[in-house]
Design a protein around this ligand. Structure first.
Ligand code: NAG
Length: 312
């Protein structure tokens, strides 16, 4: 039954990023370095939080879960892109393409909701510090996580439901380095405009809604802090600046990407690289940069690791 639908197109060909050998080499080095750095930075956070009892608090659990999602995000498209850079025929099977689309939307949607949970966590910590541990109980943390995953999965499944039965009769060239939904729809033998609008609206809805909720939460926190005392505002600002930076870095390229679903320039490809390898790399950097506890935990973990490897 699959064959009847997709008889002509069983695989897609990525056009990649550039034909120039120099640019490919540059992209290869750049993406490999940032991909490795994302993997190591996020793994370091996950292991530090898991192994260090000083970091067993809701904020760090959420942060570790964010890192876990970042590990997913940077591993969906980047390894294949790096592997493909010097291949003449950059192909992906039909199933592989659908899997990429599924995970991009599932993990991306989950991360958006998790960022909202993290904003709520900061709201409680800054505005209701005395009730922090009762409000952010372990049960509620798990509830937030489960809710994030469910919303991410629902978002992804609805996106796929729109496109999984599309007929493809060629051409099969995707002008990208991974399967993105707008490009995928453009290749189907249908009039792409309405469907393109529908999936863009779906992604746009979850992105814009999360983005607005986050911005409003941060403003709300600042206003609450300012009403209570003037001294607290600079501390709150410095705590929130890391979160706001992460949110802007995550949503900025995404909103641009979906605002122009059928763009002419190559800007979208480079923005996609940004979201694929740089944002997951920056999250650990931003969150740990000014966090003494996190840095101390990482140092302890590294010392442990070094002494283990000396023994064995
Ligand atoms: C995610 O959060 C839960 C509950 O807060 C925690 O038990 C779990 O270890 C975290 N996951 C990761 C990968 O750190």
């Amino acid at each position: 039954m699959d064959g009847a639908n997709h008889s002509v197109v069983s695989e897609f060909v990525f056009l990649g990023l550039s034909d120039s050998w120099d640019i490919q080499l540059l992209l290869f080095l750049f993406s490999s370095v940032f991909y490795m750095a994302s993997l190591m930075g996020n793994l370091l956070i996950v292991f530090s939080v898991a192994s260090d009892s000083n970091l067993h608090s809701p904020m760090y659990f959420l942060l570790a879960n964010l890192s876990f999602l970042d590990l997913g995000i940077c591993s969906i498209a980047a390894p294949k892109m790096i592997y493909d850079l010097f291949r003449k025929h950059k192909t992906i099977s039909f199933g592989g393409c659908v899997v990429q689309i599924f995970f991009i939307h599932a993990v991306g949607g989950t991360e958006m909701v998790l960022l909202i949970a993290m904003a709520f966590d900061r709201y409680v910590a800054i505005c209701k510090p005395l009730h922090y541990l009762t409000i952010m109980s372990p049960r509620r943390c798990v509830l937030f996580l489960v809710a994030s995953w469910i919303i991410g999965l629902i978002h992804s499944v609805t996106q796929l439901a729109f496109v999984v039965d599309l007929p493809f009769c060629g051409p099969n060239e995707l002008d990208s380095f991974f399967c993105d939904l707008p490009g995928f729809i453009k290749l189907a033998c249908i009039e792409p405009y309405t469907l393109g609008l529908m999936v863009t609206a779906n992604s746009g809805f979850i992105s814009v809604a999360s983005f607005l909720i986050l911005i409003i939460s941060y403003i709300f926190i600042l206003v609450t802090v300012q009403k209570k005392s003037l001294g607290g505002i600079s501390k709150a600002l410095s705590t929130l600046s890391a979160h706001v930076t992460v949110v802007v870095l995550f949503f900025g390229p995404l909103i641009f990407f979906y605002m122009c679903p059928f763009p002419i320039s190559h800007m979208d490809k480079f923005l996609a690289i940004f979201d694929a390898v740089i944002t997951p790399f920056l999250n650990p950097v931003i969150y740990t940069f000014r966090n003494k506890e996190m840095k101390a935990a990482m140092r302890r973990l590294c010392t442990q690791f070094v002494s283990y490897s000396k023994i064995s």
